[in-house]
Ligand binder design. Sequence first.
Ligand SMILES: [Fe+2]
Ligand SMILES: [Fe+2]
Length: 327
Amino acid sequence: MYSQALNTPTVLADNSPEAVRFQARIDAEERIEPNDPMPESYRRTLVRQISQHAHSEIVGMLPEGNWITRAPTLRRKAALLAKVQDEGGHGLYLYAAAETLGVAREELIDQLLTGRAKYSSIFNYPTLSWADIGAIGWLVDGAAIMNQIPLCRCSYGPYARAMIRICKEESFHQRQGFEIMTVLARGADEQRAMAQDALNRWWWPSLMMFGPPDAQSQHSDASMRWKIKRFTNDSLRQKFVDATVPQGHYLGLTFPDPALRFDESTGHWEFGAIDWDEFKRVLAGDGPCNRERLAARQRAHEEGAWVREAALAYAAKQRSAKRREAA
Ligand SMILES: [Fe+2]
Ligand SMILES: [Fe+2]
């Protein structure tokens, strides 16, 4: 229904001379554009990654959207509303970027709505208090920036360009979250306790956002070779911990990790073991809010059917008016 004329890039067999030339272009830091020849595995990897990213943006609207009507002030409400709208926009740029690889948006959305597609496991956790909105901006958008800044240099042009704008907006999201945390951390005892509780609940899921440890990451090697990915999961996770721990200490909060300590010799913050069983459980559909999130997306899709129909009817009317003018 939304499909543009789809590009169908020339697909290269993985070991053909053309595929070797393709890799040489990547090594020379050239951008690959929609109609360029590309190996099928490169195309498939990008469709999977970009669509999972788009789904995460769209599902990510739900936990925070939950607090728009309960934001404590008009200014907080306006900022949160803008942030949630930004996330919807991120989803749109990313679905559009995925479409340039010859896949229809309806197909991707159908994969999400039928539970066949994955999205970031963090959005399956509930937002229990206003402080969660602060913690999400600070930690979840903060982790997203760490992951996404290198994607601005991704070898696939449309994805890289979409990420430049997305990262600018993510940085506003991170700041508004940290500012909420600052106000709560400097507030009454109850407010400080809310901020601490939010950090306790969101810290570990935020570390999981970087994906499985490098030793277990199935897609890493090829993605690094193709320069879709520039840094490994573990190195990005460490970068995030190093940047975030001093921010938490500045707020006067403590991290829910007794093993957390600064290693003078490496200059890095060491942290405890991540519960990868929890990660796998949530990713497989068994987190606290997986069913609720999917049901909310399905309902929104059904309730939005009239908008799609109206947009199509309007486009058809415009087209026939243009035809009449031309005749
Ligand atoms: Fe986003
Ligand atoms: Fe964001």
